[in-house]
Design a protein around this ligand. Structure first.
Ligand SMILES: [Zn+2]
Length: 279
């Protein structure tokens, strides 16, 4: 960071000789009606800096072309950029509706819910080990039984470990890949998009089975699941279908890859969405 021109080129000959700078500053401040002990607002006391423990010093003030001191938000710009991208990642990882869903506030009324809670908690808590094996999870069954709640709780835990999580719907995956077919829209190729979905440490694919489930859709989902399988990266599938429905929709090959080293939880109890926090 270079000093402002004004500061560098200050003509020393115009200063009164033999008067300490500090004294001059006090005179000036008094003259302009400021607190004379506050020398910090004088233009030649700027730019001022603060220290970021991680990124070194950064300016918190500057002198503009009219010699006016401008103060800049005392925030390290690199830290601010990091926080912004973290927030983006979190919003992509946990749908707004489930942002407050955690393991602590998952309501257990029936034994099946306790099992689901235990399995998901264990998966999140030992994510490093699960991730190294590419161990996936399928949460399927009745709507309103807490699949999204538990998936969001897993996402939150994995994010807190400093790992990346992406939460998408099956439709997002299909639409994003098909978008690359249209010329002039975006610059990504199909493979780049698939690689993008394969990048996240944990990918959650929601609403599997909601679209029609044509062969074309099946191929796109398989490409993403297979890419992650080969990279040993875990995927969580959420579906309101039963086990057979999920297998039929994804195709046997993708289903087999997900089940290998992975777990399958069937949410077969009644919906508690009405009047409860579970979703
Ligand atoms: Zn910083």
């Amino acid at each position: 960071m270079s000093l402002p021109k004004k500061f560098e080129s200050k003509d020393k000959s115009k200063e009164r000789p033999c008067v300490p700078v500090r004294e001059m500053a006090r005179d000036l401040l008094t003259k302009w009606g400021f607190d004379p002990t506050n020398e910090a607002i004088l233009p030649d006391r700027h730019p001022q800096y603060r220290e970021c423990a991680r990124h070194g010093r950064y300016p918190i003030s500057m002198v503009d072309e009219q010699d006016v001191v401008r103060y800049i938000a005392p925030v390290c710009s690199i830290c601010a950029a990091e926080h912004a991208s973290q927030r983006l990642m979190e919003s992509a990882a946990i749908p707004r509706r489930y942002i407050d869903c955690d393991f602590d506030n998952y309501v257990v009324d029936v034994p099946g819910q306790q099992t689901a809670l235990d399995v998901c908690w264990d998966y999140a808590e030992h994510f490093a080990e699960r991730a190294s094996k590419g161990s996936s999870l399928i949460l399927c069954g009745n709507p309103g039984t807490g699949k999204n709640h538990l998936a969001s709780a897993i996402a939150r835990t994995v994010l807190s470990m400093g790992r990346s999580v992406l939460h998408v719907t099956a439709y997002d995956v299909i639409a994003r890949i098909r978008q690359t077919w249209q010329r002039g829209i975006g610059n990504s190729t199909e493979l780049e998009v698939i690689r993008g979905f394969a990048e996240a440490d944990l990918l959650i694919i929601d609403e599997v089975g909601k679209t029609f489930g044509s062969d074309g859709e099946r191929v796109h989902l398989f490409e993403v699941i297979d890419h992650r399988y080969r990279d040993m990266k875990p995927t969580i599938i959420l579906s309101n279908e039963g086990v057979e429905g999920v297998e039929k929709y994804l195709g046997a090959a993708a289903f087999d890859r997900l089940c290998q080293n992975g777990g399958l939880l069937l949410f077969d109890w009644q919906s508690y969405r009405r009047g409860r926090t579970g979703a």
